[in-house]
Design a protein around this ligand. Structure first.
Ligand code: SF4
Length: 297
């Protein structure tokens, strides 16, 4: 199977679902890594400057109040719970100012699903940021938040996004994708939008000219098949709209979550396999895609 996959990579063909599973089940990590490197070199060249980029950004979480209850989340708080916060616009601006003084060129804004922080609040926030820091790139709001804002405002996804773009939104992060499998979503984050809605919102954002990121959260009880299915759904989404710019493989952090102890954590071996497969061996087009490795200890 591996020699057939290598042949496909050399011929710039895409590998199938079954071949993806075979790669995951292959026990020689070095051979998989070698194929991943080959695929990368064919698509993006050998020169590191063609495939390594650095971006200094800062994170702003305007609120951690969330009506969602995802088993893998250690961030959300109920409105009156100790440690809950919702920043005023000036508090948020002060934090952005500190980031900019530290050299940030981009602000990454995501938060909880807080009914008291609806679309008008975020429009004011984006306008205030752009007024004060016009050169700052604003990457903000997961598809889960976009769906929430649009529901509260009774607007379509497209109109919600148009209003945010007009206020200063430059791109979207890839959070909320988790694992696209319905079964895993039902088990771990039943209130969260289904995969189809996540993909639909990203497709609309691409149509409106926004670049967006994609993620996959591994280690939440999914099977290898679910990971490959996730990557293929993203590949299909990219074929349709072409607006994904990075893929970020995330691993669940269990501390203070309800999922801790209920699922088998990923081994380092699994994490390296994920990296070798994502974006390389599955044939995601790295001329259009980047791969962000969020290095966590
Ligand atoms: S929707 Fe987001 S913030 Fe809310 S519980 Fe789920 S992961 Fe946490």
């Amino acid at each position: 199977m591996l020699s057939r996959i290598k042949e496909k990579i050399l011929n710039k063909e895409r590998i199938s679902f079954e071949e993806g599973i075979a790669l995951y089940n292959h026990t020689n990590l070095l051979e998989i890594g070698e194929l991943g490197r080959l695929a990368r070199e064919i698509k993006s060249g050998k020169e590191k400057s063609r495939w390594v980029y650095w971006n200094k950004n800062m994170h702003l979480n305007p609120t951690n109040v969330c009506i969602g209850r995802c088993d893998f989340c250690a961030f959300a708080k109920l409105p009156n719970e100790e440690g809950a916060w919702t920043y005023t616009i000036s508090e948020a601006l002060e934090k952005v100012g500190k980031g900019v003084s530290g050299g940030a060129k981009e602000v990454h804004i995501v938060g909880g699903l807080n009914p008291k922080a609806a679309l008008p609040y975020y429009i004011d926030l984006l306008k205030a940021i752009k007024k004060e820091f016009s050169a700052l790139h604003v990457k903000a709001f997961t598809a889960v938040e976009i769906e929430f804002f649009s529901k509260l405002s009774k607007l379509s996804f497209e109109d919600t996004l148009k209003q945010l773009i007009e206020a200063g939104l430059n791109s979207m992060p890839g959070g909320g994708a988790e694992i696209f499998s319905t079964q895993v979503r039902d088990d771990t984050c039943p209130d969260k939008i289904p995969a189809e809605t996540w993909l639909e919102i990203h497709g609309i954002a691409h149509k409106l000219g926004l670049k967006t990121n994609a993620t996959m959260l591994a280690g939440i009880g999914e099977k290898v098949e679910d990971r490959i299915d996730h990557m293929i759904k993203l590949r299909e989404g990219q074929d349709k709209s072409g607006g994904f710019q990075t893929f970020i493989p995330l691993t669940c952090h269990y501390e203070d979550t309800d999922i801790a102890g209920k699922v088998e954590p990923l081994t380092s071996f699994d994490k390296l396999k994920n990296i070798a497969l994502i974006g390389f061996s599955l044939g995601l087009d790295l001329h259009k895609w980047g791969l962000i490795l969020v290095l966590m200890t």
